[in-house]
Design a protein around this ligand. Sequence first.
Ligand code: MEV
Length: 365
Amino acid sequence: MALNEESSADLGLLAGPIDEETALFDRMSENVIGAWRLPLGVLTGIVINRREHRIAMATEEPSVIAAVNRTAVLFNAVGGIHAEADEPVTRAQIMFRVEEDSVPWVREEILRRKSRYIGIANQSNPGLTGAGGGAFELETETPGDGFVVVRLLVRTMDAMGANAVNTMAEALQQAFVQEYGDAPGYERGMAILTNEGSGRLARARIELPFEMLPGEDGAAFGHRMEMASEFALRSPDRAVTHNKGIMNGVIAAALPLGQDTRAMSASFFDAACRQGRHLPMSRWFTQNERLIGVLEMPVVAGYVGGFRHHPGVEAAFVFDGIRSYQELCHVICSVGLAQNFGALRALMTEGIQAGHMSLHARKYR
Ligand code: MEV
């Protein structure tokens, strides 16, 4: 279906007006009938690595914006959040199957030809190597039952890199068909990146002296935050909600920046469960008369890519004052930490209904 007056007329408010923006969406997606809008709010100022950022946040949950603004005032008063991010590495998996007895020699052959395969991958996407990144390592995984899985590790530089990495993976898949297609029991499999995000971690940290904490007794408040954190550590049912609170901020900040929030969520919740049960991604603890909050999470983000052609996205990068891939990760992770503090503060003081959720009530009265 093409985007035209007739197809969108039936949808009225759902599709919205046809304008320059929706015409652009028509080129970005398929069967486009309009645009879906969300309220856009502002985190008016949060200091991250000594620079103040305004953050545009898209969410239908009013308490998210209120809570993070309230938190930012407190965090800024102690000098703000310290954040850092790894140089991003994304992995692809190229899978095929042979008879179980053939797995050892196939695996050995693949590893023997490793540098050639890395070369094939890089030739398929010269843009990335030109920018200083590219495939740099190849490993194998043999999870049994004849499965051979080749892991390709790629430095994606400023990009999220999904397209680049998938192109590389498919080039290798072709090479493997040619070279192992005659192996006993060979079955072609698939080639795709993994959203597992341990190669794309970001960290945010805040230290709040007791005297700066809300309420009359800072030490008591610090203790209550520690208790909230320990509850999430001990109860997986609580951990999932604790983490949802972090993602309230992460997704709201990531959406206007055109990020793939599905990939971000997939890697985040995977990281939360990797140790066999759901764990909180942030920790709050007291030390030397301070409440310390830390959040380490995968931030599967891109600073460059096709999504930047959207003028709204470009405007969000300018508005937020994000000037590099690293800053993008710092901002996303820091908003997650601040959002988490805001939620725990409400939960451990006045309660969610009185503070946080009363904003909801106000909205729909
Ligand atoms: C609500 O959207 C988010 C919270 O439930 C998060 C939390 O419980 O930590 C308040």
